[in-house]
Design a protein around this ligand. Structure first.
Ligand SMILES: C[S@@+](CC[C@H](N)C(=O)[O-])C[C@H]1O[C@@H](n2cnc3c(N)ncnc32)[C@H](O)[C@@H]1O
Length: 471
Protein backbone atom coordinates (compact mmCIF):
# COMPACT_ATOMS: atom_id res chain seq x y z
CA UNK A 1 0.00 0.00 0.00
CA UNK A 2 1.31 3.49 -0.78
CA UNK A 3 2.41 5.70 2.10
CA UNK A 4 -0.40 8.10 1.21
CA UNK A 5 -3.00 5.32 1.54
CA UNK A 6 -1.46 4.14 4.84
CA UNK A 7 -1.72 7.70 6.18
CA UNK A 8 -5.29 8.02 4.99
CA UNK A 9 -6.19 4.72 6.67
CA UNK A 10 -4.65 5.89 9.93
CA UNK A 11 -6.74 9.06 9.76
CA UNK A 12 -9.93 7.11 9.03
CA UNK A 13 -9.48 4.46 11.71
CA UNK A 14 -8.37 7.04 14.30
CA UNK A 15 -11.33 9.29 13.58
CA UNK A 16 -13.75 6.35 13.84
CA UNK A 17 -12.31 5.47 17.27
CA UNK A 18 -12.34 9.09 18.38
CA UNK A 19 -15.93 9.73 17.32
CA UNK A 20 -17.35 6.53 18.76
CA UNK A 21 -15.51 6.89 22.09
CA UNK A 22 -16.47 10.56 22.42
CA UNK A 23 -20.10 9.72 21.59
CA UNK A 24 -20.31 6.88 24.12
CA UNK A 25 -18.55 8.87 26.86
CA UNK A 26 -20.45 12.10 26.13
CA UNK A 27 -17.23 14.02 25.40
CA UNK A 28 -17.57 17.00 23.05
CA UNK A 29 -15.08 17.25 20.15
CA UNK A 30 -13.69 20.81 20.00
CA UNK A 31 -14.76 23.35 17.37
CA UNK A 32 -11.95 25.38 15.80
CA UNK A 33 -14.00 28.58 15.69
CA UNK A 34 -15.08 28.48 19.30
CA UNK A 35 -12.91 29.83 22.12
CA UNK A 36 -10.87 27.41 24.16
CA UNK A 37 -12.42 26.24 27.43
CA UNK A 38 -11.01 23.57 29.78
CA UNK A 39 -14.17 21.52 29.04
CA UNK A 40 -13.32 21.57 25.30
CA UNK A 41 -10.09 19.71 26.12
CA UNK A 42 -11.74 17.18 28.44
CA UNK A 43 -11.88 14.57 25.66
CA UNK A 44 -8.09 14.28 25.67
CA UNK A 45 -8.05 12.91 29.23
CA UNK A 46 -9.40 9.64 27.79
CA UNK A 47 -6.23 7.74 26.69
CA UNK A 48 -7.98 6.02 23.73
CA UNK A 49 -9.26 9.36 22.44
CA UNK A 50 -5.90 11.08 23.03
CA UNK A 51 -4.04 8.40 21.06
CA UNK A 52 -6.58 8.54 18.22
CA UNK A 53 -6.45 12.35 18.08
CA UNK A 54 -2.64 12.41 18.06
CA UNK A 55 -2.41 9.66 15.43
CA UNK A 56 -4.87 11.42 13.10
CA UNK A 57 -3.10 14.80 13.56
CA UNK A 58 0.36 13.28 12.96
CA UNK A 59 -0.90 11.53 9.82
CA UNK A 60 -2.50 14.73 8.50
CA UNK A 61 0.74 16.67 9.01
CA UNK A 62 2.75 13.95 7.22
CA UNK A 63 0.22 13.87 4.38
CA UNK A 64 0.62 17.61 3.98
CA UNK A 65 4.43 17.31 3.97
CA UNK A 66 4.13 14.84 1.07
CA UNK A 67 1.47 16.59 -0.98
CA UNK A 68 2.37 20.27 -0.54
CA UNK A 69 5.04 21.71 -2.82
CA UNK A 70 8.35 21.13 -1.00
CA UNK A 71 9.24 24.81 -1.02
CA UNK A 72 5.92 25.54 0.70
CA UNK A 73 6.54 22.93 3.41
CA UNK A 74 10.13 24.07 3.80
CA UNK A 75 9.10 27.70 4.11
CA UNK A 76 6.59 26.82 6.78
CA UNK A 77 9.72 26.23 8.86
CA UNK A 78 12.06 28.76 7.26
CA UNK A 79 9.56 31.59 7.73
CA UNK A 80 8.56 30.56 11.26
CA UNK A 81 10.01 33.84 12.56
CA UNK A 82 7.44 35.80 10.54
CA UNK A 83 4.61 33.95 12.23
CA UNK A 84 6.24 34.63 15.60
CA UNK A 85 6.59 38.33 14.73
CA UNK A 86 2.97 38.55 13.62
CA UNK A 87 1.57 36.80 16.68
CA UNK A 88 3.71 38.98 18.96
CA UNK A 89 2.27 42.14 17.39
CA UNK A 90 -1.30 40.86 17.81
CA UNK A 91 -0.67 39.67 21.36
CA UNK A 92 0.93 42.91 22.54
CA UNK A 93 -1.65 45.09 20.77
CA UNK A 94 -4.39 43.19 22.65
CA UNK A 95 -6.23 41.92 19.57
CA UNK A 96 -7.49 38.78 21.33
CA UNK A 97 -9.11 40.75 24.16
CA UNK A 98 -10.73 43.13 21.64
CA UNK A 99 -12.04 40.23 19.54
CA UNK A 100 -13.35 38.37 22.60
CA UNK A 101 -15.58 41.37 23.30
CA UNK A 102 -16.66 41.50 19.62
CA UNK A 103 -17.90 37.89 19.72
CA UNK A 104 -18.09 35.30 16.91
CA UNK A 105 -19.25 37.73 14.22
CA UNK A 106 -15.84 39.45 14.53
CA UNK A 107 -14.77 43.08 14.12
CA UNK A 108 -13.60 45.14 11.16
CA UNK A 109 -9.90 45.95 11.25
CA UNK A 110 -10.83 49.69 11.33
CA UNK A 111 -12.68 49.12 14.61
CA UNK A 112 -9.95 46.90 16.06
CA UNK A 113 -7.32 49.54 15.37
CA UNK A 114 -9.58 52.35 16.60
CA UNK A 115 -9.24 50.67 19.98
CA UNK A 116 -5.56 49.66 20.04
CA UNK A 117 -4.10 52.55 18.03
CA UNK A 118 -2.45 50.40 15.35
CA UNK A 119 -2.29 51.09 11.61
CA UNK A 120 -5.23 49.12 10.07
CA UNK A 121 -3.33 48.26 6.89
CA UNK A 122 -0.37 46.79 8.78
CA UNK A 123 -2.24 44.98 11.55
CA UNK A 124 -4.83 43.61 9.11
CA UNK A 125 -2.11 41.91 7.07
CA UNK A 126 -0.60 40.36 10.17
CA UNK A 127 -4.00 39.01 11.19
CA UNK A 128 -4.69 37.60 7.72
CA UNK A 129 -1.27 35.93 7.71
CA UNK A 130 -1.99 34.27 11.07
CA UNK A 131 -5.43 33.19 9.84
CA UNK A 132 -3.61 30.86 7.39
CA UNK A 133 -2.74 28.78 10.44
CA UNK A 134 -6.11 29.21 12.18
CA UNK A 135 -4.72 31.68 14.70
CA UNK A 136 -7.59 34.22 14.22
CA UNK A 137 -9.93 33.94 11.25
CA UNK A 138 -11.10 36.33 8.58
CA UNK A 139 -14.88 36.08 8.81
CA UNK A 140 -15.49 38.38 5.84
CA UNK A 141 -13.06 40.73 4.06
CA UNK A 142 -11.12 42.67 6.73
CA UNK A 143 -13.35 41.39 9.54
CA UNK A 144 -11.54 39.18 12.05
CA UNK A 145 -12.60 36.93 14.93
CA UNK A 146 -10.89 34.74 17.49
CA UNK A 147 -10.44 31.00 17.07
CA UNK A 148 -9.76 28.27 19.59
CA UNK A 149 -6.03 28.98 19.08
CA UNK A 150 -6.04 32.78 19.34
CA UNK A 151 -8.33 32.62 22.38
CA UNK A 152 -5.43 30.99 24.25
CA UNK A 153 -3.67 34.38 24.11
CA UNK A 154 -6.44 35.93 26.22
CA UNK A 155 -5.66 37.49 29.60
CA UNK A 156 -9.45 37.52 30.18
CA UNK A 157 -9.15 41.16 31.29
CA UNK A 158 -11.31 43.92 29.73
CA UNK A 159 -9.55 45.21 26.58
CA UNK A 160 -9.78 48.80 27.87
CA UNK A 161 -7.74 47.78 30.95
CA UNK A 162 -4.92 46.03 29.11
CA UNK A 163 -4.74 48.84 26.55
CA UNK A 164 -4.57 51.49 29.30
CA UNK A 165 -2.09 49.61 31.52
CA UNK A 166 0.24 47.42 29.40
CA UNK A 167 2.82 47.22 32.21
CA UNK A 168 0.49 45.13 34.34
CA UNK A 169 -1.22 43.24 31.53
CA UNK A 170 -0.06 39.81 32.66
CA UNK A 171 -0.23 40.31 36.44
CA UNK A 172 -2.71 38.01 38.14
CA UNK A 173 -3.52 36.09 34.94
CA UNK A 174 -3.58 32.33 34.37
CA UNK A 175 -0.23 32.67 32.63
CA UNK A 176 -0.47 31.24 29.13
CA UNK A 177 -0.50 34.64 27.41
CA UNK A 178 2.36 35.74 29.71
CA UNK A 179 4.37 32.68 28.71
CA UNK A 180 3.74 33.37 25.01
CA UNK A 181 4.74 37.01 25.51
CA UNK A 182 7.99 35.94 27.22
CA UNK A 183 8.75 33.42 24.44
CA UNK A 184 8.02 36.02 21.76
CA UNK A 185 10.35 38.53 23.39
CA UNK A 186 13.40 37.11 25.20
CA UNK A 187 13.39 33.63 23.60
CA UNK A 188 12.42 34.82 20.08
CA UNK A 189 15.26 37.35 20.04
CA UNK A 190 17.72 34.88 21.57
CA UNK A 191 16.86 32.22 18.99
CA UNK A 192 17.97 34.53 16.16
CA UNK A 193 21.53 34.23 17.56
CA UNK A 194 21.65 30.43 17.62
CA UNK A 195 24.10 30.09 14.76
CA UNK A 196 26.34 32.93 15.97
CA UNK A 197 26.48 31.21 19.38
CA UNK A 198 27.29 27.71 18.17
CA UNK A 199 29.80 28.87 15.56
CA UNK A 200 31.81 31.22 17.81
CA UNK A 201 34.76 29.23 19.28
CA UNK A 202 34.28 31.17 22.55
CA UNK A 203 30.83 29.65 23.08
CA UNK A 204 30.42 26.76 20.62
CA UNK A 205 31.43 23.98 23.04
CA UNK A 206 30.92 25.78 26.32
CA UNK A 207 28.58 24.51 29.05
CA UNK A 208 28.68 27.86 30.85
CA UNK A 209 25.16 29.20 31.51
CA UNK A 210 26.29 32.67 30.42
CA UNK A 211 27.45 31.36 27.03
CA UNK A 212 23.83 31.33 25.82
CA UNK A 213 22.24 32.74 22.69
CA UNK A 214 20.16 34.88 25.07
CA UNK A 215 23.27 36.52 26.55
CA UNK A 216 24.60 37.23 23.05
CA UNK A 217 21.29 38.64 21.80
CA UNK A 218 20.91 40.96 24.78
CA UNK A 219 24.59 41.94 24.91
CA UNK A 220 25.12 40.70 28.48
CA UNK A 221 27.47 38.23 30.14
CA UNK A 222 24.95 36.94 32.63
CA UNK A 223 22.21 34.37 33.14
CA UNK A 224 18.53 35.15 32.65
CA UNK A 225 18.14 35.28 36.45
CA UNK A 226 20.92 37.87 36.82
CA UNK A 227 19.45 39.84 33.92
CA UNK A 228 16.04 39.98 35.62
CA UNK A 229 17.63 41.43 38.75
CA UNK A 230 18.28 44.76 36.95
CA UNK A 231 15.68 47.31 38.14
CA UNK A 232 14.70 48.13 34.53
CA UNK A 233 13.80 44.46 33.90
CA UNK A 234 11.07 44.28 36.55
CA UNK A 235 8.32 43.97 33.91
CA UNK A 236 10.02 41.04 32.20
CA UNK A 237 10.62 39.37 35.57
CA UNK A 238 6.93 39.68 36.55
CA UNK A 239 5.83 38.44 33.15
CA UNK A 240 8.17 35.43 33.45
CA UNK A 241 6.80 34.65 36.93
CA UNK A 242 3.23 34.82 35.60
CA UNK A 243 4.23 32.49 32.73
CA UNK A 244 5.82 29.95 35.10
CA UNK A 245 2.67 30.06 37.22
CA UNK A 246 0.80 29.06 34.05
CA UNK A 247 3.21 26.17 33.41
CA UNK A 248 2.74 24.90 36.98
CA UNK A 249 -1.03 25.26 36.68
CA UNK A 250 -1.23 22.82 33.74
CA UNK A 251 0.83 20.18 35.56
CA UNK A 252 -1.16 17.86 37.85
CA UNK A 253 -0.49 19.36 41.33
CA UNK A 254 -0.11 16.00 43.02
CA UNK A 255 1.90 14.29 40.24
CA UNK A 256 4.70 13.74 42.73
CA UNK A 257 2.52 11.22 44.61
CA UNK A 258 2.39 8.92 41.56
CA UNK A 259 6.07 8.86 40.66
CA UNK A 260 7.13 6.59 43.50
CA UNK A 261 5.47 4.15 45.89
CA UNK A 262 6.02 6.42 48.91
CA UNK A 263 4.20 3.93 51.19
CA UNK A 264 7.22 1.65 50.87
CA UNK A 265 9.39 4.04 52.89
CA UNK A 266 9.54 3.24 56.58
CA UNK A 267 8.53 5.94 59.10
CA UNK A 268 11.26 8.52 59.66
CA UNK A 269 12.79 7.94 56.20
CA UNK A 270 14.13 11.14 54.75
CA UNK A 271 13.31 12.59 51.35
CA UNK A 272 15.46 15.51 50.16
CA UNK A 273 13.99 17.64 47.35
CA UNK A 274 17.13 19.18 45.86
CA UNK A 275 16.39 22.49 44.08
CA UNK A 276 12.86 22.01 45.37
CA UNK A 277 11.78 25.63 44.94
CA UNK A 278 9.30 26.79 47.56
CA UNK A 279 8.26 23.18 48.18
CA UNK A 280 5.57 22.65 45.55
CA UNK A 281 6.27 18.90 45.52
CA UNK A 282 6.95 18.70 49.25
CA UNK A 283 3.44 19.92 50.14
CA UNK A 284 1.51 16.84 48.92
CA UNK A 285 4.24 14.56 50.31
CA UNK A 286 4.16 16.15 53.76
CA UNK A 287 0.35 16.20 53.71
CA UNK A 288 -0.14 12.54 52.74
CA UNK A 289 2.93 10.98 54.41
CA UNK A 290 3.37 12.71 57.78
CA UNK A 291 5.76 10.00 59.00
CA UNK A 292 8.38 11.02 56.42
CA UNK A 293 11.08 13.60 57.05
CA UNK A 294 10.97 15.97 54.06
CA UNK A 295 13.80 18.43 53.35
CA UNK A 296 13.47 21.16 50.70
CA UNK A 297 16.78 22.63 49.58
CA UNK A 298 17.13 25.69 47.35
CA UNK A 299 18.88 29.06 47.04
CA UNK A 300 18.61 31.33 50.13
CA UNK A 301 16.08 33.80 48.66
CA UNK A 302 13.84 30.95 47.48
CA UNK A 303 14.02 29.30 50.92
CA UNK A 304 13.09 32.64 52.53
CA UNK A 305 9.95 32.68 50.31
CA UNK A 306 9.31 29.02 51.14
CA UNK A 307 9.39 29.78 54.87
CA UNK A 308 6.73 32.48 54.42
CA UNK A 309 4.56 30.13 52.36
CA UNK A 310 4.81 27.15 54.73
CA UNK A 311 4.14 29.34 57.77
CA UNK A 312 0.64 29.94 56.40
CA UNK A 313 0.02 26.69 54.49
CA UNK A 314 1.38 24.03 56.87
CA UNK A 315 3.10 25.69 59.87
CA UNK A 316 2.92 22.58 62.05
CA UNK A 317 5.05 20.58 59.61
CA UNK A 318 7.95 23.05 59.86
CA UNK A 319 7.56 23.71 63.61
CA UNK A 320 7.64 19.98 64.40
CA UNK A 321 10.75 19.50 62.25
CA UNK A 322 9.19 16.90 59.93
CA UNK A 323 9.65 19.42 57.11
CA UNK A 324 12.93 21.31 56.90
CA UNK A 325 13.50 24.25 54.56
CA UNK A 326 17.22 24.52 54.00
CA UNK A 327 19.29 27.03 52.02
CA UNK A 328 21.87 24.97 50.16
CA UNK A 329 23.84 25.37 46.92
CA UNK A 330 23.55 22.02 45.16
CA UNK A 331 27.00 22.35 43.63
CA UNK A 332 28.51 22.21 47.14
CA UNK A 333 28.90 19.10 49.33
CA UNK A 334 25.47 17.71 50.27
CA UNK A 335 24.97 18.17 54.06
CA UNK A 336 22.32 15.45 54.50
CA UNK A 337 23.19 11.79 55.22
CA UNK A 338 21.07 8.61 55.59
CA UNK A 339 18.79 9.87 52.85
CA UNK A 340 16.23 7.43 51.42
CA UNK A 341 15.31 9.53 48.40
CA UNK A 342 17.02 12.42 46.68
CA UNK A 343 14.47 14.10 44.42
CA UNK A 344 15.48 16.26 41.45
CA UNK A 345 12.44 17.75 39.70
CA UNK A 346 13.05 19.87 36.62
CA UNK A 347 16.51 20.80 37.82
CA UNK A 348 18.73 18.90 35.36
CA UNK A 349 17.19 20.63 32.34
CA UNK A 350 18.44 23.98 33.64
CA UNK A 351 22.06 22.91 33.35
CA UNK A 352 24.59 21.67 30.77
CA UNK A 353 26.21 18.26 31.22
CA UNK A 354 29.27 19.54 33.06
CA UNK A 355 27.12 21.23 35.72
CA UNK A 356 24.72 18.25 36.00
CA UNK A 357 27.73 15.96 36.49
CA UNK A 358 28.90 18.12 39.42
CA UNK A 359 25.49 18.10 41.03
CA UNK A 360 24.98 14.34 40.57
CA UNK A 361 28.41 13.60 42.09
CA UNK A 362 27.59 15.71 45.18
CA UNK A 363 24.48 13.55 45.70
CA UNK A 364 26.38 10.32 45.04
CA UNK A 365 28.99 11.26 47.68
CA UNK A 366 26.18 11.64 50.24
CA UNK A 367 24.29 8.47 49.21
CA UNK A 368 24.44 5.12 51.00
CA UNK A 369 23.75 1.74 49.39
CA UNK A 370 19.96 2.03 49.89
CA UNK A 371 19.58 5.65 48.73
CA UNK A 372 17.51 6.18 45.60
CA UNK A 373 17.68 9.13 43.26
CA UNK A 374 14.42 10.11 41.57
CA UNK A 375 14.52 12.45 38.61
CA UNK A 376 11.32 14.04 37.32
CA UNK A 377 12.16 15.46 33.90
CA UNK A 378 11.18 15.30 30.23
CA UNK A 379 12.70 12.17 28.67
CA UNK A 380 12.99 13.09 25.01
CA UNK A 381 12.04 10.44 22.43
CA UNK A 382 14.00 10.03 19.21
CA UNK A 383 12.26 10.96 15.95
CA UNK A 384 12.87 7.37 14.77
CA UNK A 385 12.16 3.90 16.16
CA UNK A 386 14.28 3.22 19.27
CA UNK A 387 15.65 -0.34 19.07
CA UNK A 388 16.58 -0.27 22.79
CA UNK A 389 13.30 -1.90 23.76
CA UNK A 390 13.29 -4.67 21.15
CA UNK A 391 15.09 -7.33 23.20
CA UNK A 392 13.12 -6.60 26.38
CA UNK A 393 16.33 -6.65 28.45
CA UNK A 394 16.73 -2.89 28.77
CA UNK A 395 15.57 -0.57 31.53
CA UNK A 396 11.76 -0.87 31.96
CA UNK A 397 9.99 2.14 30.49
CA UNK A 398 13.05 3.36 28.57
CA UNK A 399 11.17 3.37 25.26
CA UNK A 400 7.89 5.31 24.99
CA UNK A 401 4.85 4.02 23.11
CA UNK A 402 5.74 4.68 19.48
CA UNK A 403 3.43 5.84 16.73
CA UNK A 404 2.45 3.28 14.07
CA UNK A 405 4.40 3.28 10.78
CA UNK A 406 4.65 5.23 8.55
CA UNK A 407 4.35 8.01 11.14
CA UNK A 408 7.42 9.41 12.86
CA UNK A 409 7.89 7.21 15.94
CA UNK A 410 7.51 10.22 18.28
CA UNK A 411 4.28 11.47 16.59
CA UNK A 412 6.29 14.30 15.03
CA UNK A 413 5.14 17.88 15.54
CA UNK A 414 2.05 16.69 17.45
CA UNK A 415 4.42 16.08 20.37
CA UNK A 416 6.48 19.20 19.74
CA UNK A 417 6.09 20.69 23.24
CA UNK A 418 9.06 18.80 24.69
CA UNK A 419 11.28 19.81 21.79
CA UNK A 420 10.19 23.45 22.17
CA UNK A 421 11.23 23.20 25.80
CA UNK A 422 14.59 21.79 24.70
CA UNK A 423 15.10 24.72 22.30
CA UNK A 424 14.08 27.16 25.04
CA UNK A 425 16.57 25.59 27.45
CA UNK A 426 19.24 25.84 24.80
CA UNK A 427 18.74 29.48 23.76
CA UNK A 428 18.01 30.83 27.24
CA UNK A 429 20.28 28.77 29.51
CA UNK A 430 22.76 26.92 27.30
CA UNK A 431 21.17 23.79 28.78
CA UNK A 432 18.84 21.11 27.46
CA UNK A 433 16.23 18.36 27.70
CA UNK A 434 17.73 14.87 27.34
CA UNK A 435 17.01 11.45 25.85
CA UNK A 436 16.95 8.33 28.01
CA UNK A 437 20.42 7.36 26.79
CA UNK A 438 21.80 10.79 27.62
CA UNK A 439 20.42 10.59 31.17
CA UNK A 440 21.77 7.06 31.52
CA UNK A 441 25.28 8.16 30.47
CA UNK A 442 25.31 11.22 32.73
CA UNK A 443 24.14 9.17 35.70
CA UNK A 444 26.59 6.33 35.03
CA UNK A 445 29.54 8.75 34.85
CA UNK A 446 28.49 10.18 38.23
CA UNK A 447 28.23 6.73 39.93
CA UNK A 448 24.48 6.13 39.53
CA UNK A 449 22.70 3.29 37.75
CA UNK A 450 19.42 4.12 36.02
CA UNK A 451 16.93 1.30 36.81
CA UNK A 452 13.44 2.45 35.81
CA UNK A 453 11.50 5.03 33.78
CA UNK A 454 7.92 5.59 34.92
CA UNK A 455 5.49 6.94 32.35
CA UNK A 456 2.48 7.00 34.63
CA UNK A 457 0.90 10.13 33.18
CA UNK A 458 0.77 8.95 29.57
CA UNK A 459 3.34 9.07 26.85
CA UNK A 460 2.55 12.56 25.73
CA UNK A 461 2.91 13.79 29.33
CA UNK A 462 5.44 16.53 29.75
CA UNK A 463 7.40 14.84 32.55
CA UNK A 464 8.49 11.28 33.28
CA UNK A 465 10.15 9.98 36.41
CA UNK A 466 13.35 7.97 36.50
CA UNK A 467 14.85 5.95 39.34
CA UNK A 468 18.56 5.45 39.89
CA UNK A 469 20.60 3.69 42.58
CA UNK A 470 24.28 3.94 43.51
CA UNK A 471 26.29 1.77 41.12
C1 LIG B 1 13.08 24.81 37.36
S1 LIG B 1 13.12 25.14 39.07
C2 LIG B 1 12.42 23.63 39.73
C3 LIG B 1 11.87 23.82 41.10
C4 LIG B 1 11.16 22.59 41.68
N1 LIG B 1 12.02 21.42 41.71
C5 LIG B 1 9.88 22.31 40.93
O1 LIG B 1 9.85 21.43 40.10
O2 LIG B 1 8.90 23.04 41.17
C6 LIG B 1 14.84 24.97 39.46
C7 LIG B 1 15.17 25.30 40.90
O3 LIG B 1 16.58 25.16 41.09
C8 LIG B 1 16.98 26.17 42.00
N2 LIG B 1 18.44 26.39 41.92
C9 LIG B 1 19.13 26.99 40.92
N3 LIG B 1 20.45 26.98 41.21
C10 LIG B 1 20.58 26.38 42.42
C11 LIG B 1 21.70 26.05 43.24
N4 LIG B 1 22.95 26.34 42.85
N5 LIG B 1 21.47 25.42 44.41
C12 LIG B 1 20.20 25.10 44.81
N6 LIG B 1 19.10 25.37 44.06
C13 LIG B 1 19.29 26.00 42.88
C14 LIG B 1 16.18 27.35 41.56
O4 LIG B 1 16.13 28.36 42.56
C15 LIG B 1 14.82 26.72 41.28
O5 LIG B 1 13.99 26.72 42.41
Amino acid sequence: MSTLRQLLNLIQTSLATLESTCASEGLPIPELNEPFTPQSEAFRANPTVALAAHTASAAALQLSAILSPPQVSLYHTVAGHYRSAAVRACLESNVTEILREAGPQGLHIRDITAKNGQDPNKLGRLLRYLALNHVYREVSPDVFANTRLSSMLDTYKPSANVIADPDHKYDGTIGLAALASHHLDEAFKASAYTWETISDPQTSHSGDPTASAFARAFGVKETLWQFYEHPEEKYRQRRFDAGMHGVQAVQPPDAILDIYDWKRLSPGSSVVDVGGGVGTSAFPLARDFPALKVVVQDRPDVIADAKKLWSTKMPEAVDSGRVELEAHDFFNAQPKRDVSIFLLKQVMHDWSDEYCAKLLKRLREAANSSTKLILFESVMPYACHDPTGDDGKGVPGAVPVEAPAPLLANFGAVHEAGYISDMTMFVMFNSQERTFHHFERLLRDAGWKLTLVRRGHGDDAFLQSMEAVPS
